[in-house]
Ligand binder design. Sequence first.
Ligand code: HEM
Length: 92
Amino acid sequence: MRGMVGHFLRLPEGRAFLVQVPGTSQSALDDAQVAELLNWMVAAVSRSEVPPDFVPYTGEEVTRWRAHRLNDAAATRMAIVERLRSMGYVVD
Ligand code: HEM
């Protein structure tokens, strides 16, 4: 995730993906803890890619996204990566 995961925050669906990816959504953390962890994570590993208008996650937002499971995490990720690429942001 280092040096790239912050780009996901440029799209609403990318922002949701970081919550909905199985490791996050199925963790034992509660929603407020997930918000805190993701806010820390994006700054810790990808500060330069976090968009300047980034609004930190809140527990309420995590609750909303977490209620909807991803049917296909890989396909969802690929669609987000393609969209970012078309905007000029390269994510492997
Ligand atoms: C709260 C804990 C966790 C957080 C916040 C987290 C976060 C993430 C995020 C944001 C991604 C997507 C990165 C990308 O697509 O570039 C990811 C992917 C992944 N994580 Fe985690 N993760 C957590 C726990 C775990 C655990 C416990 C495991 C393994 C037992 C795991 C295994 C994976 C794997 C294999 C992927 C890549 C495949 C996929 O997208 O499903 N994660 N994780």
